[in-house]
Each structure stands twice: as C-alpha cells, then as structure tokens.
Design a protein around this ligand. Structure first.
Ligand code: SF4
Ligand code: SF4
Ligand code: FES
Length: 244
C-alpha cells in the first residue's frame, strides 16, 4: 500500500445467530467509494470468510441492505464520504432480522409477513378471459402505482421501531404491498386483505412516526399506505363487515 494512502477504521459485525462482535479493519480510502466497495475490499484483501449479500451494485435488487452507523441503507448506493465520521464507519446486518452470518440477514421472516398480509394477487378472472383494460388514470391504479416500485430490500423493516418491539407486527413493506393489492382494480381479495392487516400484528400497531418513509431509498411512502389501511379497515369495521 502506498505510504500516503489514507485509511479508515471499519467496524464490521462478525458472527451468527448464536452471537458475535464487531471486528475492525483498516481499509484504504478512495476518491469514489461506496460502503459495498468497503465490504468487498475487506472480503477480498483482509478476510475472505466475511459473509455478505449483493447482486446488482446499482440500486435495483435490494440485496445489499445493511446497517451503516445505525441506519439501514443500500450499501451499493451509499458513498463513504456521506457516512464516515472521524475516519470511522460501523457496518452491521439489517436490524429486526435474524443473522445468518456476519452481514447476511435472514430475510425469511420479512417475506413470511408479505404472505401473512395477503400481499399477493387474488385473481378474479382466468387466462381464458379477455385481458382487462385499466386506464392509467384510474384512481385505484394511481394509488397502486405509488407503491409498486418496492424492491423488497428490507430497509424500512429494519428502520421500524414497532417491529423491534413487536416481532409479530407485519411491518411497513408487507403492509404497503397489502395496500397496493387492495387498490389494484384487477384484484378481488379486498376483504381478505383487510382481514389480514387488521389482526394483532396488523396496521393499527403502527405509531405513524414514519422512519420507514424517511429511510426508503426508493422514496416510497409506506407510512401513507398504512394510513390508508387504517382508514379502510376502520371503515370496514364500522360497516359491520368485521366482527367486533
Ligand atoms: S418500501 Fe422501500 S425500503 Fe421498504 S422494502 Fe420497499 S423499497 Fe425497500
Ligand atoms: S410509521 Fe409505522 S411502519 Fe413506519 S417505521 Fe413507524 S411504526 Fe414502523
Ligand atoms: S447490490 Fe443491488 S441494490 Fe445494492
């Protein structure tokens, strides 16, 4: 290494579900460098056993999400200069999820909650029927479009203090998908979705502080989606469509 190359101190979580600790590496600073570049440098030049996850490197797949100085981020789109503090940075696995190893979180509970929230299409026609034509300015389509760009990265889920305090809470991403499905005019599962999101882990647990919306790298608004679910579940209840 060039004697004039500056280094930063990078603390990286090492361990499994059974426990672990932060380990510090001296990593050369570069003019343009992302947190994912830093993690990759450690794995390639300091410790090949470091485990982490990434794929696209351009903010499309969502697989590189980690905690950076305590905030969930896409590491491939986080420049070191924006987060380094006093020559140091701390990188950990996504909060609110079990750790598989090192920086790789187990996403199963996250996706299980999408299923529990009925965040899937409930078709009303078969492939033998004509394709439904939905105008782009259809009000339901417009609302559904607002959340359609979610790439399941888990950043909002890691940012959510309600998930941290209540592991049964479905969380912002699953609830946002439920809201998208509820407003999709091609979907016929309306009451099924409302039932799924009004249970003990449902939308009414949300404290509406909005860390999910603040942290979403895709600039989506799970907080607004959850507010919509709260409104619609309450309306359904008042209409007597749910048991007290
Ligand atoms: S809402 Fe945003 S932060 Fe949450 S999973 Fe989707 S893309 Fe990621
Ligand atoms: S607004 Fe609701 S879903 Fe979003 S982070 Fe806060 S409690 Fe979680
Ligand atoms: S590697 Fe795909 S979003 Fe970062």
């Amino acid at each position: 290494m060039n004697a004039r190359t500056k280094e930063m101190q990078v603390s990286v979580w090492r361990g499994t579900a059974a426990g672990g600790r932060y380990e510090t590496f001296a990593v050369p600073e570069q003019e343009n460098q992302t947190i994912l570049d830093v993690v990759t440098w450690i794995q390639q030049y300091a410790d090949p056993s470091l485990t982490y996850r990434f794929a696209c490197r351009v903010g499309m797949c969502g697989s590189c999400a980690m905690m950076v100085n305590g905030t969930p981020r896409w590491t491939c789109r986080t420049h070191v200069k924006k987060v380094v503090r006093n020559g140091a940075v701390r990188i950990g696995p996504l909060r609110n999820l079990p750790v598989i190893k090192d920086l790789a979180a187990d996403m199963d509970p996250f996706f299980d909650k999408w299923t529990a929230a009925e965040g899937r299409h409930h078709p009303g026609i078969s492939r033998a029927d004509p394709v439904q034509q939905i105008a782009p300015d259809n009000p339901g389509r417009v609302v559904a479009n607002a959340g359609i760009e979610c790439i399941n990265c888990g950043v909002c889920y890691a940012a959510c203090d309600t998930v941290a305090g209540n592991p049964d809470y479905l969380g912002p991403a699953a609830l946002q998908r439920a809201w998208t499905v509820l407003n999709d005019v091609k979907d016929t599962g309306g009451q099924t979705v409302l039932d799924a999101v009004s249970g003990t882990g449902g939308c009414h647990n949300c404290h509406s502080i909005g860390s999910c919306t603040t942290c979403c790298p895709n600039e989506l608004d799970p907080l607004a989606a959850i507010a919509g679910l709260k409104r619609e579940t309450t309306r359904a209840y008042l209409r007597g469509r749910r048991d007290a």
